[in-house]
Design a binder for this molecule. Structure first.
Ligand SMILES: CC(C)(COP(=O)(O)OP(=O)(O)OC[C@H]1O[C@@H](n2cnc3c(N)ncnc32)[C@H](O)[C@@H]1OP(=O)(O)O)[C@@H](O)C(=O)NCCC(=O)NCCS
Length: 157
C-alpha cells in the first residue's frame, strides 16, 4: 500500500466506497461524485486530500485536510485544520487510516497548521477509537458529535 495525492479522476472510485459506508450506516453526509470532487479533492480550502492505494492501484481509503474558514459548518476555530477519513469497508483495520494520517500530518506541518479538529458521530465507536489512536483527544461535544483535537507536533529534524 502507498499513499498519494488524490486527483479528480479518483472521485468516482472514492464516491463508490462512500456509498458503501452510507449503506452500512457509517456515513450520513453526501457521497456523490460531484460532492467528492468539490468538497474533498478540489476543495478551495483544502490543504491536502490523500488516497491510499494497493499494489494494483485500487483506492483503499481517502483522507482530506482542509483549513477552517469563518462560518465553517463544524464551527471549528478559523485557521485550524479539519480532517475527514474514509476507508473502504473491505480494507478496514489494515493500517490504511494510519498510513493516510502519516501523509496528512506532514501536510499539516508544511502548511503551518497548529491544531486539527476531527468531528465524529458520538456513536461512531470505530471513528472515535481511530482518532484517539492517532493522538486526538476530546475537547468538546455538540449535536450528537464528539470533537477531538490534535496539537500538531513540530516536524522532527
Ligand atoms: C475509522 C476508520 C477511518 C479507521 O480506518 P482503518 O484503516 O480501519 O484504521 P487503521 O487500520 O489504520 O487503524 C489504526 C488504529 O485505529 C484504531 N481503530 C481503527 N478501527 C478500529 C475499530 N473498528 N475498533 C477499535 N479501534 C480501531 C486502532 O487503534 C487501530 O490500530 P490497531 O489496528 O493497531 O489496533 C474506518 O473504519 C472508516 O473509514 N470508518 C467509516 C468512516 C468513519 O467513521 N470515519 C471517521 C469519522 S468521520
Amino acid at each position: 500500500m502507498k499513499t498519494r495525492q488524490a486527483t479528480t479522476e479518483d472521485a468516482a472510485e472514492i464516491s463508490a466506497f462512500l456509498k458503501e459506508l452510507v449503506d452500512r450506516g457509517k456515513r450520513k453526509r453526501p457521497w456523490e461524485e460531484t460532492f467528492v470532487r468539490d468538497c474533498y479533492v478540489n476543495n478551495p480550502d483544502g490543504i491536502q486530500c490523500s488516497v491510499a492505494v494497493d499494489d494494483d492501484g485500487t483506492i483503499l481509503g481517502m483522507q482530506a485536510l482542509s483549513r477552517a474558514v469563518q462560518g465553517n459548518i463544524y464551527d471549528v476555530t478559523p485557521g485550524w485544520g479539519i480532517i475527514g477519513t474514509h476507508v473502504k469497508p473491505s480494507a478496514a483495520r489494515r493500517g490504511v487510516g494510519k498510513a493516510l494520517f502519516a501523509a496528512t500530518l506532514t501536510a499539516a506541518q508544511n502548511a503551518g497548521i497548529k491544531n486539527i479538529d476531527a468531528t465524529i458521530g458520538s456513536t461512531n465507536a470505530e471513528g472515535l477509537a481511530y482518532y484517539e489512536a492517532m493522538g486526538f483527544r476530546t475537547y468538546r461535544s455538540a449535536d450528537g458529535a464528539i470533537c477531538k483535537m490534535l496539537e500538531v507536533p513540530a516536524p522532527s529534524a
